[in-house]
Design a binder for this molecule. Structure first.
Ligand code: 5AD
Ligand code: SF4
Length: 443
């Protein structure tokens, strides 16, 4: 029975996107139905992020927009959760700023949202369910998941993070790393494949390469887990994110190289090309080690497509350090780089370091780097002309072309000279690159 509508705002990474799928599952189990516009909702959920200041500002601005909706619909329930609320005092401050908020909870007790909602409906009073224990993980409890995409599905393999990069707030809000038992992961993936329409399975963790380190007597490392899944029957592709270079083993490179079902689009955040900065960031690898991993991957993995994350303007970054990053991206030639300006986060080690850079310097550097990467990205796709791309996924049939996506997520408009099925993989010869799109013919 439908008892109302719900709408979820999601900010941040894939982990959050997936957690919103769990929130949706919990709401649908209780009879709520997804609506297209927040104005039509009876339950509004804000699943927030705090990775950078900008992410927080966006969420706070949007929560403010709930006020007129609540005015029109006094029964509207407003819930705020996610990484932002898990920080010290944030929930209390939000409640002061937006008294209409009814429920707050954190990033580590998403699976209990149903109970909090029931409590609110029963008592009709504000529920603050932020858990003091940041290491608490409610994910051992399985909940209904309403997946966003017909073809692509996320599967958690680890929660939390043990790395403590000095700029990053994630270890503070998401707690210590916990791996899911391998059997549980295998079952979820098998069930998804059996459903039939899920063709792209993405394994999620803050650092997938350290999978299993926390499990007692565990023999399943990340490469073993990945290869075991790649050996399942069925027509699917397996991806993973994110990888930390310090834990990326030769074994993993070999597993990726020899398994057709593992995506050759690898995201490997480098953060900086300068050894000084990498040290200050507590990344635990050097520029040389990173470049060595890239060299090995390029040698062993055909059709490799590399992407990365970079932070510019980190505390103490000199012009020479920045040049080291410029040189690194020119050398590696990533197909894509997500470039961010360093954002000071409360409670992190970097917050207290000396030598924070002025905004103008950070801005200037990000613009320079974005320009350089734009050209590299463009050249990367021009160089694909004439190549054969494996595992291009056909998502849709349009009037004049099939809409395909390469392993790295780039759109390919495929000629309609053959009958292709949506929801299947094809090998495609790339014939052109223009207007930001690849063009190709299925083989
Ligand atoms: N400032 C800017 N970027 C950050 N990231 C993480 N923390 C910060 C911060 N304080 C970036 C990193 C990470 C990506 C998810 O976000 O590049 O890989
Ligand atoms: Fe945002 Fe990071 Fe939390 Fe993901 S883990 S939601 S990116 S703060």
């Amino acid at each position: 029975m439908q008892i109302g509508n719900y709408y979820i705002f999601t900010y941040g990474c894939q982990m959050n996107v997936h957690e919103s799928e769990k929130l949706a599952g919990i709401l649908e189990e209780r009879g709520y139905v997804h609506c297209e516009k927040p104005e039509d909702a009876d339950v509004l959920v804000y699943n927030t992020c705090c990775i950078r200041e900008g992410a927080e500002q966006r969420a706070v601005g949007n929560i403010g927009n709930a006020k007129p909706i609540k005015k029109k619909n006094p029964n509207l329930i407003v819930a705020v959760c996610g990484c932002m609320t898990q920080q010290k005092n944030v929930a209390n401050n939000l409640k002061k700023k937006f008294p209409f908020i009814n429920i707050v909870f954190g990033a580590n007790n998403v699976e209990f949202f149903g109970e909090y909602l029931d409590l609110f409906l029963k008592q009709r009073k504000y529920q603050n369910k932020i858990l003091e224990d940041k290491n608490y993980q409610s994910n051992t409890r399985s909940v209904n998941i309403v997946r966003d995409d017909k073809y692509s599905a996320y599967v958690n393999i680890t929660y939390g993070c043990n790395n403590f990069c000095t700029y990053c707030i994630v270890p503070y809000v998401r707690g210590r790393e916990i791996s899911r038992p391998a059997e549980e992961i295998y079952k979820e993936v098998k069930d998804l494949i059996e459903i039939g329409h899920y063709k792209i399975i993405t394994l999620l963790g803050q650092n997938v390469n350290s999978y299993g380190n926390d499990l007692k007597d565990n023999k399943v490392t990340f490469p073993k887990l990945l290869e075991h899944i790649a050996n399942f029957d069925g027509d699917f592709e397996i991806r993973f994110m994110s990888s930390h270079p310090k834990d990326l083993s030769d074994e993993l490179i070999d597993v990726i190289a020899r398994n057709k079902k593992i995506s050759k689009a690898i995201h490997l955040p480098v953060q900086s090309g300068s050894n000084n900065v990498l040290k200050l960031m507590n990344r635990n690898y050097t520029r040389e080690k990173y470049l060595d991993i890239i060299k090995k991957m390029k040698e062993k993995i055909p059709n490799l497509s590399l992407s990365t994350d970079i932070i510019v303007g980190f505390v103490g970054e000199t012009e020479q350090d920045f040049q080291d990053t410029v040189n690194l991206i020119k050398e590696v030639k990533f197909s894509n780089a997500y470039i961010f300006m360093y954002s000071k986060r409360k409670g992190t080690v970097a917050e207290k370091m000396e030598g924070h850079l002025p905004l103008e310097v950070k801005r200037e550097r990000i613009h320079k780097l974005l320009e350089i990467q734009k050209e590299i990205t463009n050249n990367h796709f021009v160089n694909l002309i004439g190549t054969i791309q494996e595992n291009v996924f056909v998502e849709d049939e349009k009037q004049t072309f099939y809409l395909g996506k390469t392993q790295c997520g780039k759109v390919v408009k495929i000629k309609k000279d053959k009958q292709l099925d949506s929801g299947s993989f094809y090998s495609v010869k790339i014939t052109d690159y223009s207007g930001g799109n690849l063009y190709g013919e299925a083989l």
